[in-house]
Design a protein around this ligand. Structure first.
Ligand code: NAD
Length: 380
C-alpha cells in the first residue's frame, strides 16, 4: 500500500462568520486527499456543522479539530470561503498564506492590509480559468453553477403558480415564462433547471457566443434588436458596455421584461460593478406576482435596480430577491466542490514539500496578490 507522505504543510480552516454563509472551505473527504499529498489539516470546532459535516467526520478523516487560536498559531496556510476580516488579518502570523475570495479587483486597501501584515495572499478571483490545469481550482465555476440551480428553486418557491403546464379537471394552467439575463455558468445552469421544471425559458447575454449555448439547452435567445457584436472582452468574458450602450440595453430589457413571470439575473463583468439590466421602470412594468432573483446583487449594486443583498422586497406586487449567496444554501455539495477547488489551489503551490511562489508560472503570476513575490505581477 502506498505510504502517506510525512505532512510538510499545515492547512487551517475556520468557522465562516458572515451572516449568509453556511459553507466551509474544507470537507472531510478533501482533507483525506490533502493528507495523501502531505498536508495536515486543522479545523475550528463546529466549522462544518452548517454544511452537515460534524467534528467527528473531520476527526475520522484525520483532521485535528481545534480552537481558533491553535489554528492561528500552527497553520502555514489558511483557507476561506470568503476572506479574513481586517481585524483577523492583524491576528495572523507574518509569513502565513491566505487563500480566499479576496476582492482584489475592487478593494485595494484590503490587499495593502494583507501585504503590510506580511502575508502571502492567493486571490481565487484571479484564477486564470481558461487554463486546463486550472479547471479543478475554479471556484467561480463550481459555485456559480450551484447558485444558478438554486436561484430557480427560490424563484419557483416564491412564484404563485406552477412552472410546468398542468392540465387539471378545473382547467389547464399555462407554464411559467422565465427570463434568464446573463448566460454564463450560473445562467446556463438556471436555464437547465428552469427547463427541467417545465418553464418556458428565454435567455440573453451580451457575448455573441452565448446565443448558440442558450439554444443548445433548448431555450430561446432574447433578441433585443441591438448589436453588441463586439461584446466579448478578454479571455472570453463580457466587456463592460459604454454608458450609451448600457442605456440602450436597459431600455430594451425593460420593454421585453413585462412578458415574463420569473426573471433571474446573473450578469457580471470580472473586476467591475455588475451592470444594471433591469431598471425601476422595467420592474414597474412587470405584472403583480412576478418574481425577480438578482444573483449579481452586491455591495456595489446588482443587475436589478432596487435589489438588496439578503432581502426580499415587494415593489408594486413584484417580489425582488437580492441573493448572491445562494450557493451557500446548497451548503453540503457547494462546500465539497469549493473545498476541492481550494485544496487543489493549495497543492498547486506546494513544490518539493514547501509552499512556494514561482512567478514564472502563469497561475502564480495571476493569483498571488500579496507576499514577497507579488510585486512582480505582470502588468501592475
Ligand atoms: P461571469 O460570472 O463573470 O458573468 C456572467 C455572465 O454575465 C457572462 O456570461 C457575461 O457575458 C454576462 N454579462 C456581462 N455583462 C452583461 C450584460 N451587460 N448583459 C448581459 N449579460 C452580461 O462569467 P462566467 O459565468 O463565470 O463565465 C463567462 C464566460 O467565461 C462563459 O463563456 C464561460 O463559458 C467562460 N468560462 C470559461 C472557462 C474556461 O475556459 N475554463 C471557465 C469559466 C468560464
Amino acid at each position: 500500500m502506498a505510504q502517506t507522505p510525512e505532512a510538510t504543510v499545515v492547512f487551517g480552516v475556520f468557522n465562516e462568520t458572515s451572516e449568509h454563509e453556511s459553507r466551509v472551505a474544507l470537507t472531510p473527504d478533501i482533507a483525506t486527499r490533502l493528507r495523501k499529498a502531505g498536508v495536515s489539516c486543522l479545523i475550528e470546532h463546529g466549522a462544518g456543522e452548517a454544511a452537515s459535516y460534524t467534528d467527528d467526520d473531520y476527526a475520522k478523516a484525520g483532521v485535528t479539530v481545534t480552537d481558533k487560536q491553535t489554528i492561528l498559531d500552527e497553520a502555514d496556510a489558511l483557507g476561506f470561503v470568503d476572506r479574513p476580516s481586517e481585524q483577523m488579518i492583524t491576528q495572523i502570523s507574518k509569513g502565513t498564506w491566505v487563500i480566499g475570495m479576496l476582492g482584489s479587483f475592487t478593494d485595494e486597501a484590503y490587499v495593502s492590509a494583507l501585504q503590510q501584515a506580511g502575508l502571502t495572499a492567493i486571490a481565487i478571483e484571479r484564477l486564470p480559468r481558461q487554463l486546463s490545469s486550472a479547471q479543478s481550482m475554479d471556484e467561480m465555476t463550481s459555485q456559480n453553477s450551484v447558485m444558478g440551480y438554486k436561484a430557480v428553486l427560490v424563484a419557483a418557491n416564491e412564484y404563485g403558480s406552477f412552472l410546468p403546464m398542468m392540465t387539471t379537471a378545473a382547467g389547464t394552467i399555462r407554464p411559467a415564462k422565465a427570463l434568464i439575463l446573463g448566460a454564463g455558468i450560473a445562467g446556463l445552469q438556471a436555464i437547465g433547471t428552469a427547463k427541467r421544471l417545465g418553464a418556458v425559458v428565454t435567455a440573453y447575454d451580451v457575448r455573441p457566443a452565448s446565443k448558440s449555448e442558450v439554444e443548445s439547452l433548448g431555450a430561446k435567445f432574447l433578441d433585443l434588436g441591438l448589436d453588441f457584436s463586439k461584446g466579448q472582452g478578454e479571455g472570453g468574458y463580457a466587456r463592460a458596455l459604454t454608458a450609451e450602450e448600457q442605456a440602450q440595453q436597459q431600455a430594451a430589457v425593460d420593454k421585453k421584461a413585462s412578458e415574463f413571470d420569473i426573471i433571474i439575473t446573473t450578469a457580471k463583468v470580472p473586476g467591475r460593478k455588475p451592470p444594471v439590466l433591469l431598471t425601476k421602470e422595467g420592474v414597474a412594468g412587470l405584472h403583480r406576482g412576478a418574481v425577480v432573483v438578482d444573483c449579481a446583487a452586491s455591495d456595489l449594486g446588482g443587475n436589478v435596480e432596487g435589489s438588496t443583498i439578503g432581502e426580499q422586497v415587494t415593489d408594486g406586487g413584484v417580489k425582488i430577491i437580492g441573493a448572491p449567496y445562494l450557493a451557500s444554501e446548497v451548503s453540503t455539495t457547494a462546500s465539497n466542490l469549493l473545498s476541492r477547488n481550494v485544496g487543489d489551489i493549495l497543492t498547486h503551490f506546494i513544490k518539493d514539500g514547501k509552499l512556494t511562489v514561482d512567478m514564472n508560472e502563469e497561475i502564480d503570476q495571476a493569483m498571488v496578490v500579496a507576499g514577497d513575490s507579488s510585486q512582480e505581477r505582470k502588468g501592475e
